[in-house]
Design a binder for this molecule. Structure first.
Ligand code: FAD
Length: 447
């Protein structure tokens, strides 16, 4: 393993030496510099491996998101040593849930492993910060550089359990000059987000029987910009006034703006015809007046994206390849949160790759699937069952409507939905989750 010439600098495309990079074989090449790719790069570089990351945009760059960091994300940022850099960001202490005319303030729970607060911070600022952390730890970052196609090792066999072909690098394109070259590595990590063209070129695809989210967000100026709670509306409605499976949010950024959005879960054809743009208009008109959301306070047209969830994308490993974050469909189906799962799966991949590079080879990559199963398998099965329930409007109304009568019940639900269940306690939330998990273990996926 050879350390990069200047490990502390994030290389701009024009300063990248074309010939030297072509001859060099990195330990790991990471495609994509969002939460999952940058976290993986950080943990690999921190462990001393020779890691290259290609990101097609130049940081800081916009990324469509609700900008909400839960305690799970904060924990990962703290572990990477950058929570301090969020000192100027808006810190909040819980969720204000609105549904069926009722409002509940639900503080983040006390938890042995996670803080009881989160932040709202734009991805413009956040992703640049984490990527810079990876570069400072020693990762060689090529910004403005797109991986256009995988380099395959056609001669290599595909060991049992490797669902993807052996990938040994990528053809990359300098977006500023159009110049193409090859970047080679012993292992490749696919971290290219929800659309995952690189992943799909290798053979990943989404299991269409699993739920998928669609979301839209925009920014508004608002007098509520520094509220201590993020706000969720659990009874958003379509053109006919019927409740749909999803939620509307207002997340205060603390800088005069709020991030406003709607997310919709598509579980079956019933929701295919719903236009998220119209849903967003309804939500903005309908949101509590004190936020002052209107065309006059709107800072631009909303933008949207897909939320692949519940580990619905696979295969997630090949002979020399691992897939992380949205490219692997790791978003939490309960609440649409994906940043923390990007950080976490990037880190889990780094652990397996470290073992692979230390001599365990492909056997260590297989452990990535074991790690995912251990971290999320049962939880996501429970979530998928829950989603099948709430996509039936009458059951959704029953669940949410009933929950809203009890702050205690909603606190448990919040803890389950945001995956902050305490491993060491037997409180009602843990008991309720265990009951759901027992049902999910027994019930076939299709019901
Ligand atoms: C509207 C909306 C609201 C959301 N709100 C929240 C929220 O409030 N909180 C939360 O936790 N999650 C939220 N999510 C989910 C969250 O945005 C994602 O789960 C998260 O960004 C996943 O991180 P990632 O690193 O896997 O992918 P991404 O963040 O998409 O990063 C992928 C990166 O790869 C780069 N890339 C792509 N292809 C290539 C290529 N070929 N070569 C080089 N680079 C490439 C892209 O430019 C990008 O920077 C939201 C999603 C949407 C759509």
């Amino acid at each position: 393993m050879t350390p990069p010439a200047d490990p502390t600098s994030a290389s701009a495309p024009s300063s990248t030496p074309a010939t030297a990079a072509g001859d060099h074989v990195y330990d790991v090449l990471i495609v994509g510099g969002g939460p999952s790719g940058s976290s993986c790069a950080y943990w690999m570089a921190e462990a001393g491996w020779d890691v290259a990351l290609v990101e097609k945009k130049v940081f800081p760059r916009e990324k469509t998101c609700g900008d909400g960091l839960t305690p799970r994300s904060v924990r990962q940022l703290a572990d990477m040593g950058i929570e301090g850099s969020l000192a100027g960001a808006h810190r909040y202490s819980g969720l204000r849930a609105h549904a069926f005319g009722k409002v509940l303030d639900l503080p983040w729970p006390e938890h042995p492993s996670f803080p009881s607060y989160g932040y709202v911070v734009t991805r413009h600022d956040l992703d640049a910060l984490v990527n810079e952390r990876a570069a400072k730890a020693g990762a060689t970052v090529f910004q403005g550089t797109e991986a256009t196609e995988p380099l395959l090792d056609d001669g290599a066999g595909r060991p049992a359990g490797a669902g993807l072909p052996s990938c040994v690098g990528a053809v990359v394109k300098d977006k500023a000059t159009g110049a193409r070259r090859e970047l080679r590595a012993r292992y490749v990590v696919v971290a290219d987000g929800a659309n995952s063209r690189f992943g799909r070129a290798l053979g990943t695809n989404r299991d269409r029987s699993q739920p998928m989210g669609m979301a839209l967000r925009g920014y508004y100026t608002s007098p509520g910009h520094d509220q201590p709670f993020i706000e969720s509306h659990l009874d958003i409605r379509d053109d006919e006034g019927s409740v749909v499976p999803g939620y509307g949010w207002i997340f205060p950024l603390g800088d005069g703006r709020v991030n406003v959005g709607v997310g919709l879960l598509s579980t079956d054809r019933r929701w295919k015809g719903i236009n998220t743009g119209t849903l967003m208009e309804h939500f903005v008109n309908w949101a509590p007046k004190e936020w002052e959301l209107s065309p006059a306070t709107c800072l631009g047209p909303p933008t949207g994206g897909k939320l692949p969830m519940g580990l619905s994308v696979g295969p997630r490993l090949g002979a020399t390849t691992l897939v992380v974050g949205d490219a692997a469909g790791t978003i939490n189906p309960f609440n649409g949160e994906g940043i923390s799962y990007g950080y976490e799966t990037g880190r889990l991949a780094a652990a397996s790759l470290g073992e692979a590079l230390s001599g365990d080879g492909f056997a260590a990559l297989l452990r990535y699937e074991d790690r995912l199963e251990e971290a999320y398998g049962l939880y996501y099965r429970v979530a998928r069952a829950f989603i099948r329930v709430i996509s039936r409007p009458e059951l959704m109304k029953l669940c949410v409507g009933t929950g809203m009568y009890s702050e205690t019940l909603m606190s448990w639900i919040l803890r389950i939905m945001s995956n902050l269940i305490r491993p060491d306690e037997t409180g009602p939330a843990e008991a309720a989750y265990r009951a759901l998990a027992a049902i999910a273990r027994l019930a076939p996926e299709g019901i």
